[in-house]
Design a protein around this ligand. Structure first.
Ligand code: SF4
Length: 288
């Protein structure tokens, strides 16, 4: 039986093309390092807090080879989604503002006519920690910001329990527009939208990614395994550690799962600490 085209294969291809283009521009001098700190681009979800160049943020003193070399060794036996290609988090891509401009008033999939707002992303463009959810819901569609309803309030508490805050991490979704009746994202919608998530990941170049719920984990990790089988351990995407955990909306329906989610997030805190990144605030000792 013919296998349907896997949209994640095309994500890999697209990221490879993006990298080739970045390399081409770098060779042409388009990304020559400025004399001073890199000016922050026009906000496309960034907070303006961390003005360090990407290179400074991504390479703590004891880290010599980018996200992939040291982290790959102990990332556990998870699904290695993007093989041995260069690590996605090691080299910053285009600024988020540029990615947002390219997205424009997008009509690339059938979700465009029914949306109120494109929900691009929010947070610090240079965050070491990135959360990726599924798709906007009703409140997000209305306000144009991810995770702003009850699930968003829970995500905020989860982030706060980790010692971080919404404006110090980066939050995005697989889809930028709300599926009607909050149904699951369709494969063709994911395929149309995934280049922009890939570009967001390249722009932010996070040191650790947390996926929230099944669609995000499946896209990022190139798997169809149940989230219960994926969570609880680190996987990798191009050398970047990825921790799948439950979606906050699921946790609202199944509060007994919060303990497991908190266990996942504590591992993220520990992983960041291992690479010299401490949260801006003291993490809590138990889930909220
Ligand atoms: S979901 Fe993505 S691809 Fe589809 S219309 Fe919205 S922004 Fe465009």
């Amino acid at each position: 039986m013919d296998e349907p085209t896997d949209p994640r294969d095309e994500l890999r291809e697209l990221v490879s093309k993006l990298r080739a283009e970045l390399a081409r521009r770098a060779r042409a001098g388009a990304f020559a390092a400025p004399a001073g700190p890199t000016p922050r681009p026009v906000d496309a979800g960034g907070s303006g807090r961390d003005e360090r160049p990407h290179q400074d943020r991504q390479a703590p003193p004891d880290h010599k080879g980018g996200a992939g070399d040291s982290l790959a060794r102990d990332a556990g036996p998870g699904h290695a989604s993007l093989g041995d290609e260069p690590e996605m988090g090691a080299t910053p891509g285009r600024p988020l503002a540029e990615v947002r401009r390219e997205l424009g008033d997008c009509t690339r999939c059938k979700l465009a006519p029914s949306r109120q707002n494109i929900v691009f992303g929010v947070g610090d463009e240079r965050a070491p920690l990135m959360f990726i959810g599924e798709a906007p819901g009703r409140d997000e569609d209305r306000l144009g910001e991810p995770f702003v309803g009850k699930a968003g309030a829970l995500l905020d508490r989860m982030i706060a329990a980790m010692g971080w805050s919404r404006d110090r991490v980066y939050i995005a979704n697989v889809l930028k527009c709300r599926p009607p009746q909050n149904r699951d994202p369709a494969p063709d919608e994911i395929e149309a939208c995934k280049p922009f998530l890939a570009a967001q990941i390249d722009a932010v170049a996070p040191r650790v990614i947390v996926t929230l719920g099944k669609p995000a984990a499946h896209l990022i990790l190139d798997t169809s395994a149940p989230i219960s089988a994926l969570r609880g351990r680190f996987h990798q995407m191009r050398g970047v550690p990825v921790m799948p955990t439950f979606h906050p909306a699921f946790l609202l329906r199944s509060p007994d799962k919060k303990r497991e989610a908190w266990s996942d997030l504590k591992q993220v805190i520990e992983r960041l600490a291992q690479i010299g990144i401490d949260p801006p605030h003291r993490p809590k000792t138990s889930s909220t």
